[in-house]
Design a protein around this ligand. Sequence first.
Ligand SMILES: *Cc1c(COP(=O)(O)O)cnc(C)c1O
Length: 348
Amino acid sequence: MIDVPPAPLRLKLEGLALIDNWQALKLRSGPAECGAAVKANGYGLGAQEVVHRLSAAGCTQFFVAHWGEVAPLLGIIPSSQIAVLNGYNTADGKFARECGALPVLNSPDQITAWVSGGGGPCHVMLDSGINRLGIGPDQMGEAMFDRLDIDILMSHLASADEDSPQNDAQQKRFEDMSSGIACRRRSLANSAGIMLGDAFHHGLTRPGLSLYGGIPRADMAEFIKPVAAIEAQVIQIRDLAAGEPVGYNATFETSTEMRVATIAMGYADGYLRSFSGKGSAYFGGVHLPVIGRVSMDLITLDVSAAPDLRAGDWVAMDYDLRNASQLSGLSQYELLTGLGARFSRIWT
Ligand SMILES: *Cc1c(COP(=O)(O)O)cnc(C)c1O
């Protein structure tokens, strides 16, 4: 086999920042255990690498959404440490029953399917007001949980990133709904929920976003560190005269002479068109605005301020999650989970 050349775009990932973020969230979870949501390929960073590191740091509870996300983690951690948020249906079949990961049962039907398939340890999601997934207050039956061996009894907050009265309402409803149901641990808080106080911590917290550098509440900025940085390689540089259009549909036109660099990244890599004319890159501290439309595989930059820049050089994209979110209108979650498969993911 001939070696494949290195990718012209890379994600630089800070393993120590990931671990520091988990430790900081664990500290703020008080006496509760601190798990980790690693669904969607560890929010785009790479689930195997994330799980490997957090497990070594002492994390023993991981959450994925689909059964298909369990397989890559087998062998890295005991399968009983993996919870599958989407739950169990008969169609999930033999794998779900035998891989050793535990389903988060979300409905009376899922409970029935799990019990009639043989039962065993499981988790349960109660819907305390997000009205999305989980067993709602009107679905709770008398003996419904009696045949279950429940490890985590959980619910999910809808507005933890805001100071909303919905938070306390959900907390109280979760207390009501969960009281009297036998379980090993109760769990309510995601990343932002950890900041809402002791009443939200219960036995286990479930951060995702903030492990990866996301800052859903302003008060988290002081202790959450960035984990992912994006770099892309310059493919070509052109000197354009004034009055030249750049990119699809000529949405940008040079007003003066301009040096324009084209870099090897585009919306197929998760740098979406909403950054067109808004995003920017840096080369040795020099600010390089994105001009024209972001294409599938290419982005054009005004590099007039960087006369030393050459084809083959790497530029760093401005991907500060809060800033990039504000500029693009995308959530910090979307900015991370959209990061594509063409990046080489380089952990240090
Ligand atoms: C994704 C998810 C989390 C993690 O949420 P963040 O906001 O990313 O911290 C926790 N619990 C459940 C049920 C989830 O789906």
